[in-house]
Write a protein that binds this ligand. Structure first.
Ligand code: BG6
Ligand code: MG
Length: 214
């Protein structure tokens, strides 16, 4: 019996876990940053993973040579989102990462409740394009969250709406901020990616093809 069978719910992140939208966020932020004269690479992007839109923008503009008004920031965030929406417009179920559907189905077969905790305001659209909306018992609406990751609010809300105590949940995340959010919520954390980066996770797997319940 898998040690994960003691849990009652699993709460997944979306971008970079279920589908490779982390790449699209990277490309859209890189274009914006470079247009503002800010150097942008994979290492810097690692700090943005899991961080909400305005928080990410603030981190990028902190390296710019001038300051920005609130109206300018809003315009830049809108421009980035429009670029991102162009990138996700052609997504189909073929864009599910290896093992993603199997992980969702294995969690269902194990009797777990299944939640989604993404700070992306595009999460509902991405789930629809991937054809997996119906596989979740509850999807947090990022627009209802006051404090983004690494604050635990989004994972705690998912647990509450699923009717499961945080200690009976585990979370699945590809971002440093996301793993920190899961741990701050008092949950078991599965990191997806590089164990050196996701050092706070309880276990780290390379991708969902290695999901322990599959
Ligand atoms: C997170 C991503 O899931 O969503 C971040 O890891 C992204 O890279 C954030 O910035 C917000 O997404 P959106 O779609 O609301 O701009
Ligand atoms: Mg992510």
């Amino acid at each position: 019996m898998s040690p994960l069978s003691q849990f009652k719910a699993v709460i997944f992140d979306l971008d970079g876990v279920i589908t490779d939208t982390a790449r699209y966020h990277y490309l859209a932020w890189k274009r914006l940053a470079e247009a503002q004269g800010v150097h942008f690479d994979e290492a810097f992007n690692e700090h943005l993973k899991g961080i909400d839109r305005m928080g990410s923008l603030e981190l990028i503009l902190a390296s710019a040579t001038r300051s920005y008004t609130d109206a300018e920031k809003l315009a830049l965030a809108t421009e980035k989102n429009e670029h991102y929406k162009e990138l996700i417009a052609t997504m189909t179920p073929a864009d599910l990462l290896p093992g993603a559907v199997e992980a969702l189905d294995a969690a269902r077969a194990a009797g777990l409740k299944i939640g989604l905790a993404s700070v992306s305001r595009n999460a509902f659209e991405v789930l629809d394009r991937l054809g997996i909306t119906g596989k979740f018992d509850y999807v947090v609406d990022a627009g209802t969250i006051a404090r983004g990751k690494p604050d635990p609010e989004i994972f705690l809300k998912a647990a509450r709406e699923l009717g499961v105590a945080p200690g009976d949940c585990f979370g699945v995340e590809d971002a440093v901020a996301g793993v920190a959010s899961i741990k701050a919520a008092g949950m078991y954390a599965i990191g997806v990616g590089d164990p050196r980066v996701l050092a706070q996770a309880d276990i780290v797997i390379p991708d969902l093809a290695a999901f322990p319940l599959n």
